[in-house]
Design a protein around this ligand. Structure first.
Ligand code: HEC
Length: 202
């Protein structure tokens, strides 16, 4: 022990003058530098809002919008659809719950195509939410008890976002009085391909 002894003692207990370990000292300086950055980036003093724009109130209302949307349909689906995290959640629900009938890209299978502009019941916010939670007589199950409220709103926002994005119905189960010119080529091919299996099965 080469550290010098400080020239004070309490009840005969003396103190060595050891320097702080280097690593400890540098860590300490680092925390000071970190805190300086933190103070600038986040709201830290009563007069300083921070450069990040983060605020408790903002975070709280962001969370609240998603949670309360299903109870009060005031919040528009397009506003919800503008939030990537809501769309992500909605797409997950769609892939696990709806895709089996409506197709992976909502192009339509047992259930109708949901990306075109043909709507039997409508794609207004209230109607979409009602279709999903209460179901429809033509084979659309009611999901109101199966899905959580925020799952229903997020999948509704997803449906809203993909609606009216394709022009002609992908599968023409709905009365396709669309452009005959465009419909002529697609219908020719399916007719030819379905003809073969029918002959084989007989
Ligand atoms: C068991 C198959 C099935 C599943 C699963 C299913 N649907 Fe449907 N869906 C249908 C059928 C069939 C219709 C047509 C109902 C009718 O015409 O009355 C429909 C209709 C709809 C409509 C109305 C479309 C319009 O033209 O107005 C929407 C919206 C819809 N489904 C969304 C969903 C969502 C979202 C999910 C997942 C939570 C889902 N569906 C799951 C079969 C299904």
């Amino acid at each position: 022990m080469s550290a010098p002894i400080l020239d004070h003692s309490v009840d005969g207990i003396e103190e060595l003058d050891n320097p702080l370990p280097r690593w400890w000292l540098y860590l300490f300086y680092l925390t000071i530098i970190f805190s300086a950055g933190y103070v600038v980036y986040y709201p830290s003093f009563w007069f300083w809002p921070g450069t990040s724009g983060w605020s408790q109130e903002k975070q709280w209302s962001d969370t609240k919008i998603v949670k309360t949307a299903s109870a009060a349909v005031e919040v528009s689906l397009s506003a919800l659809a503008a939030k990537p995290e809501v769309l992500d959640a909605g797409k997950k629900v769609f892939m696990s719950t709806c895709a089996s009938c409506h197709g992976n890209n909502a192009e339509g299978k047992i259930g109708p195509c949901l990306t075109d502009s043909t709507w039997k019941y409508g794609n207004e916010d209230k109607v979409i939410l009602e279709t999903i939670s209460k179901g429809r007589p033509g084979g659309m199950p009611a999901w109101g008890t199966f899905l959580k409220p925020d799952q229903i709103t997020s999948v509704a926002a997803y449906i809203h976002s993909i609606g009216n994005t394709t022009a002609t119905p992908a599968n023409a189960t709905t009365p396709a009085a669309a452009t005959p010119a465009a419909a002529a080529t697609p219908t020719a091919t399916p007719a030819a391909t379905t003809a073969t299996p029918i002959e084989e099965s007989k």
